[in-house]
Structures are given as C-alpha cells and as structure tokens.
Write a protein that binds this ligand. Sequence first.
Ligand SMILES: [Zn+2]
Length: 103
Amino acid sequence: MPRKHYKKPAQQVKIAKNRINFLFQHAKEVFKEDSKFSDKYVKLARRIAMKYKIKLPSQLKKRFCKHCHKYLVPGVNCRVRLHKHRLIYYCFSCKHYMRHPVK
Ligand SMILES: [Zn+2]
C-alpha cells in the first residue's frame, strides 16, 4: 500500500505532543530547584517538535527564549511588557527581545 512519507503517523504525533506538554510541565516544576534542567527539557521538547514537525502552541512558545532556548519565567529570568498590543519578552540571559501578538 502506498504511504505518504512526508507525514508522521497521527498516533505518533499525538504521543509526541503529549511528551512536549509533559516536558514543559516538568521544566516548570524543576525551575525552582535548578533552571539548567528546565533548559534541558525545553531542548528536548523542541527536538521532538522538530522531529514530528509539530508547531508549538503560542502558550508554550512564550515559555522559552527563541534565541537561546532557555526556559523563561517572567520576573525571574525575563521581563514582560505590553507594548502596542504586543507582549514584549526580554530575555535576561541573551539580552534579546521577543514579540508575541495579543489576541
Ligand atoms: Zn535568550
């Protein structure tokens, strides 16, 4: 039977999505103890997302820096400002800004 090769099986994608959510949840939990572990979880989650070509939902995208891929906690290692209907995230570790539109 011919199969489409460009897409991963839906079941696998579903599992991958669950793993990504799980990793972000863990990143949040371990952040208080060791932020290095959070960064590792983000790295893993991103790798899974890339492998399965999963687009990360906006609420997860806001939780790590798109430049240095560190797990971000507002007020701890990043600053959040609202400017012209956009959320501006400023990462303390790489000193880069990220903009997220507000719906
Ligand atoms: Zn950064």
